[in-house]
Design a protein around this ligand. Sequence first.
Ligand SMILES: [Zn+2]
Length: 65
Amino acid sequence: MPAPARSVAVPAVSPRLLAVALLTVGLLLVLAYLVAFDQGAISQSGMYMHELMHDGRHLLGVPCH
Ligand SMILES: [Zn+2]
């Protein structure tokens, strides 16, 4: 005798929460892309981004050279 089918309750996710979550994931992916770009993992000609990150480190007072 088969078990009776049961309905599964799916938790409601508000569109606003979904949008915030997707935006957060998107920003983190962009940040990961920029860091990889700066490290030369994606592009070997990313000197502009390297200089930008370098200047940012100097603005924060991080010694590097
Ligand atoms: Zn420097």
